[in-house]
Design a protein. Structure first.
Length: 65
C-alpha cells in the first residue's frame, strides 16, 4: 500500500472517530469531521488507484520494452 494512501486512511479513521465523539457530546462541529473523513477517503482511493495504475503500466513497459 502506498504511504500517502495509508496516511489518508489513518486520517479518515481518526476523523470518523472524532465525529462520533463530537456528536455523542452534542457538538455539531462533528459535521466538519465528517467532511474531513470524506475528503481523506477520496484521497486514499485516489492514491490506491494511482499506485495500481502505475504498477500495471510498469508491468506493461517491462514486457514490451
Amino acid at each position: 500500500m502506498p504511504r500517502l494512501a495509508l496516511y489518508a486512511l489513518i486520517v479518515c479513521v481518526l476523523a470518523v472517530a472524532a465525529a462520533v465523539v463530537s456528536f455523542v457530546q452534542g457538538n455539531w462541529l462533528g459535521i466538519v469531521w465528517v467532511l474531513l473523513a470524506g475528503l481523506a477517503s477520496n484521497m486514499a482511493w485516489y492514491y490506491l488507484k494511482r499506485a495500481k495504475q502505475a504498477k500495471q503500466d510498469g508491468a506493461r513497459n517491462s514486457v514490451t520494452g
